[in-house]
Design a protein around this ligand. Structure first.
Ligand code: NAP
Length: 280
């Protein structure tokens, strides 16, 4: 079997078209120009290119976007000081914090973002709403992954879904969204014994571990839908957590890296931003 490719670029293009129309509507009808503030603490984890891509996408859609760069030495207090200023700045309806170095807790720092500007969906107010099924702002990467699954036409009721990775931003909210769609979900992580025994049974396999090619062809069920969230820089190349060349011969659908999850998550972040702008 050769897998069909889940075209994240196409899904994202369709989403951006809708977003652009909505930005125009917000401007015309309500006089609101949505604004996104991005905090980037410089480090090898910070994904500077993605910040530039977000800026460019915002410009194309008519959204105001400003990236605030902090030095690698920035302390938690300095980041929170910046957040507090942005919380009060009427130009911005949403705040996005780029991945931090491991000694800084993204989840804890996110609690300092005003919940109405929490476009990542990580503030416990929004996370609490989410967990009781009141979807105001849903973590954007998980939303993007659901869009990609939807684009394959796969029905989730009764399906066995395996999520590799249990981060606050990706794995946990995604598992919850899959449960809501009636999939039976297993969550795997770094302490899972015999990972392959889980992945091999998955009708839907989502991998967000941040380790290059930890999933090979032998670990995937024939005909599975495989979503590779991982982005790993190897020299000048970006590769995923899934061995694409092997797995594409076994899966029915697969996301490429790059061009799979990434473009859709940016669109979903901006969709959350428009929701926040509408709520003011
Ligand atoms: P994270 O916070 O580092 O979490 C990684 C998760 O993977 C953890 O739960 C960890 O388990 C688990 N894990 C690590 N090694 C494992 C192994 N060998 N076997 C099974 N599980 C393992 O990372 P994240 O923020 O969720 O991101 C994951 C990946 O997705 C990264 O490559 C990141 O760059 C990428 N990403 C892409 C996008 C996009 O838009 N394309 C967005 C966000 C993230 P423990 O909990 O036990 O440590």
């Amino acid at each position: 079997m050769t897998a069909q490719i889940i075209n994240g670029e196409q899904v994202a293009r369709d989403l951006r078209k809708q977003l652009k129309e909505e930005v125009a509507f917000l401007k015309q009808e309500k006089g609101i120009v949505p604004g996104l503030a991005i905090i980037v603490v410089r480090s090898p984890f910070a994904r500077l290119q993605i910040a530039s891509l977000k800026e460019r996408t915002c410009r194309q859609l008519g959204i105001k976007c400003q990236v605030f760069y902090l030095p690698e030495t920035a302390t938690e207090e300095e980041i929170i000081f910046r957040l507090e200023r942005l919380n009060h700045d009427k130009n911005f309806h949403g705040i996005n914090i780029h991945p931090l170095t491991p000694h800084l807790s993204h989840t804890l720092i996110s609690q300092q973002v005003d919940p109405i500007k929490d476009v990542e969906g990580l503030h416990f107010f929004n996370m609490g709403d989410f967990l009781i099924g009141r979807y105001r702002i849903v973590p954007f990467v998980a939303r993007g992954i659901m869009k990609l699954i939807e684009s394959t036409g796969m029905g989730l009721t009764g399906k066995r879904a395996v999520v590799v990775g249990r981060s606050q931003l990706v794995g946990k909210p995604l598992a919850f969204l899959l449960l809501e769609k009636n999939a039976t979900v297993s969550m795997c992580h770094s302490a899972t014994a015999d990972l392959a025994s889980y992945t091999k049974k998955a009708d839907l396999l989502v991998v967000a571990a941040g380790h290059p090619q930890i999933i090979n062809g032998k670990m995937v069920k024939e005909g599975a839908v495989v979503i590779d969230v991982g982005v790993n820089q190897i020299g000048s190349r970006l590769i995923g957590d899934v061995d694409y060349e092997e797995v594409k011969n076994i899966a029915s659908w697969i996301t490429p890296v790059p061009g799979g999850v990434g473009p859709v998550t940016i669109a979903m972040l901006l969709d959350n931003l428009l929701k926040a702008a509408r709520l003011i």
